[in-house]
Design a protein around this ligand. Structure first.
Ligand code: GRF
Length: 205
């Protein structure tokens, strides 16, 4: 059975679009269906991208309500789609305890740095300011902490010669877009899979 996934976004949605494309006709096409995109901001450009891909897009506005109220509303909105996994792709809110306990072990995030070295916002600014020769993007389970969940995989990004923040981001995002789908394929196929290459991993029968 293909996994049902809901993708949470707050903004641009380029990782969401990359996963949606993989699920439609790429390396996730036999693994999962994107059942909905949920944004906590009505003006998120990613909502339009979701619409263009024919994916139901839902807004649960986070501004103007308490954290607890948002936590409950978001939980209800996502539950409707009966997801096997919830994918955070540029979702800029820390999830509350109601949501986390309802979906424990099913929430996966991508972070633009090594979560052991840099947590929270500004992963590419951090790498750029430190003039790192390489950085890592990290896919991890989400727990109650800020980028503290179990690491599922990391991809190294070569930053040598990247003289501007824009170039650091460009290289990082290119790695994110490819790596996120690859690691999700492994996870959806079962975490015990011994295969190293995504193409060796079998998903749905
Ligand atoms: C990405 O760099 C992701 O790692 C981070 O937020 C950014 C979202 O970009 N969590 P996009 O909305 O997917 O384009």
């Amino acid at each position: 059975m293909k996994k049902r996934i809901v993708i949470l976004i707050s903004g641009r949605g380029s990782n969401m679009a990359a996963i949606a494309a993989s699920a439609k006709s790429g390396i996730l096409s036999d693994c999962c269906i994107v059942t909905a995109v949920v944004s906590n901001r009505s003006e998120a450009p990613g909502l339009e991208l979701a619409g263009k891909s024919g994916i139901p897009a839902v807004v649960v506005e986070s501004s103007g309500i308490s954290g607890i109220e948002f936590d409950r509303k978001l939980t209800k909105a996502v539950e409707i789609f009966s997801p096997d996994y919830i994918i955070l792709a540029g979702f800029m809110k820390v999830l509350g305890p109601v949501f986390i306990s309802r979906f424990t072990g099913k929430i996966i995030n991508i972070h633009p740095a090594d979560t052991k070295l840099h947590r929270g916002l500004g992963g590419y600014e951090w790498a750029f300011k430190k003039r790192l020769g390489t950085t890592k993007v990290t896919v991890h389970f989400v727990d109650e902490g800020l980028d503290t969940g179990e690491i599922l995989g990391q991809r190294e990004v070569d930053l040598r010669g990247a003289d501007t923040l824009e170039e650091v981001e460009r290289r990082g995002l290119a790695a994110e877009h490819e790596f996120f789908s690859e690691i999700l394929r492994k996870i959806f196929a079962g975490r015990d899979s011994n295969a190293n290459e995504w193409s060796d991993i079998k998903c749905a029968e």
